[in-house]
Design a protein around this ligand. Structure first.
Ligand code: SF4
Length: 328
């Protein structure tokens, strides 16, 4: 049985703005096992990325603040540990690939300098050895002419090259956990396939644990072992990828799956979930999905649903299950 490498309990991250309190993450809990890929799935604005940033406290504070919860990693609670301890862990033990390589890379330093700096922050090895390591990392990312690429600035590279260079940087210290926040959003399908192949290979070769954030269920199918469906800053359903894709139980998960395009029909319009994700400044009382849910009941407007277990590994937060109905 693989051991648990990360345990997130009741995480709440709020932002105190002039317009009010933005409740971006509201009681998120999950765990991550060694060598597994857990996908955080949901529409844009549902709280996936802020959850990921909260794990390493990578947001501006103020206005952001983790108001409750814990993130346990190797005996440390990353919510309450010192900044010095967190700096040791960031990039070395837990690394992150950001959504937009263009803004994550520094435009005034070469790719080589940026990767070498990352290696030296945690490694303290000679300039020559760290340059050789940087070259090897670019090679692993299937970047042609790695030596020449080390001397390039971000603006001289294509979007796909920048994304792969950022992945190389995040892997420079062989992290135990990689957080990949929509790493294929800004690249074309060919580069997307390459990046997915690289992540697969790393997971298998290094037994790396991955938190993969996406709105794309086809990627969940491609890389995930388990998935947590997030909405309104809460986890709505958790299970194996098979549970989520073949036996979706929460009305929101079923809605997401019903929106997948079906090329076997000649329907001209893609189905969609009516309405839009809630404004985190004005989350509805009770279940955050209640304005869009076709199964909504009176209790859904006043009470946040508790977690119900469908099996040991499949859970759902919905009153349909609290009430003892199967909801189908
Ligand atoms: Fe729908 Fe109620 Fe379940 Fe929320 S708790 S998903 S509103 S049935």
């Amino acid at each position: 049985m693989p051991s648990t490498v990360l345990e997130v309990n009741n995480l709440n991250t709020w932002f105190y703005t002039n317009r009010g309190i933005v409740k971006a993450v509201n009681g998120v809990s999950f765990d991550l096992k060694e060598g597994e890929c857990l996908c955080l799935v949901g529409e844009s604005g549902c709280g996936k990325s802020v959850t990921a940033l909260s794990l390493l406290r990578l947001f501006d504070s103020p206005p952001g603040k983790i108001v409750d919860g814990s993130v346990k990693f190797e005996g440390s609670d990353l919510v309450h540990c010192s900044s010095a301890r967190l700096r040791q862990i960031r990039g070395k033990d837990i690394s992150m690939i950001f959504q937009n390589a263009q803004s994550a890379l520094n435009p005034v330093f070469t790719i080589g300098d940026q990767i070498i700096e990352q290696i030296n922050v945690h490694g303290h090895i000679s300039r020559e050895d760290s340059r050789a390591r940087a070259r090897e990392l670019l090679q692993d990312m299937s970047i042609p002419e790695p030596e020449r690429t080390l001397g390039m600035y971000p603006h001289q590279m294509s979007g796909g090259m920048k994304q792969r260079a950022m992945i190389a940087m995040s892997l420079s210290c062989n992290p135990r956990i990689l957080i990949a926040d929509e790493p294929t959003t800004a690249v074309d399908v060919t580069i997307r396939a390459q990046i997915m192949h690289i992540l697969h290979e790393l997971k298998a070769r290094l037994n790396m644990s991955i938190i993969f954030i996406t709105h794309d269920l086809s990627l969940v199918h491609e890389i995930g072992d388990r998935a947590a469906v997030v909405y309104g800053g809460r986890v709505m359903e958790t299970g194996t990828v098979e549970d989520i894709l073949k036996n979706p139980s929460h009305p929101y998960t079923r809605g997401l799956i019903s929106c997948l395009p079906d090329i076997s029909t000649d329907a001209r319009r893609l189905p969609s979930i009516p309405g839009s994700t809630p404004n985190p400044l004005e989350l509805p009382d009770g279940c955050p999905f209640n304005p869009r849910c076709h199964s909504v009941m009176e209790i859904c407007h006043s009470s946040v649903p508790a977690i119900s277990y469908i099996s040991d590994v499949h859970s759902v937060a919905c009153h349909l299950y609290n009430e003892g109905k199967d909801g189908k």
